[in-house]
Design a protein around this ligand. Structure first.
Ligand code: CO
Length: 160
């Protein structure tokens, strides 16, 4: 299992709903292993070339595998913080997100859950759920900032 790097077109697809009959346990286990190995707060299945609605998050002691997650509530209050992405190594930028989100999802066993996150957890949930829509953190930046950052990214990619 390898992490897809921008501009891989697979990162831009809308991921499909997971059918609970799908064998996703193994996929989730591999993603958790990869996330632990590479370090990071979250990983979405499209980042490993699987266009399915599954994310793993690991933020300050909160760990979860979430299937078919959707944001059902967002605070009006915003937060700003630095974001990076394993699919865009070497660059990061300040992104504005909702301070709090409420997410509905299923667990691997099919159980429905609702979780509420604020601060960093909220940010990571929004970032990972964006991946399921083919949206990357750079899409939240102004055009000038994004162009500059992508130039830096391409330069670093060539050097690597
Ligand atoms: Co990401």
């Amino acid at each position: 299992m390898k992490i897809k790097l921008y501009p891989d077109p697979e990162l831009r697809q809308r991921a499909a709903e997971v059918d609970l009959n799908d064998a996703v346990k193994e996929l989730a286990d591999e993603m958790v292993r990869l996330l632990t190995l590479r370090g990071g707060w979250g990983l979405a299945a499209p980042q490993v070339g699987v266009s399915k609605r599954l994310i793993v998050v690991d933020v300050d002691g909160f760990f979860a595998v979430l299937i078919n997650p959707s944001i059902i509530g967002k605070s009006k209050e915003k937060q700003k913080g630095i974001e990076g992405c394993l699919s865009l190594p070497g660059i990061e930028a300040e992104v504005e997100r909702a301070e709090k989100v409420r997410v509905r999802a299923q667990k691997l066993e099919g159980e429905e859950v609702e979780i509420e996150g604020s601060g960093l957890l909220s940010r990571v949930l929004q970032h990972e759920i964006d991946h399921l829509e083919g949206v990357l953190f750079i899409d939240h930046l102004g055009e000038a900032k994004r162009t500059m950052l992508l130039k830096e990214y391409e330069k670093k990619l060539k050097e690597a």
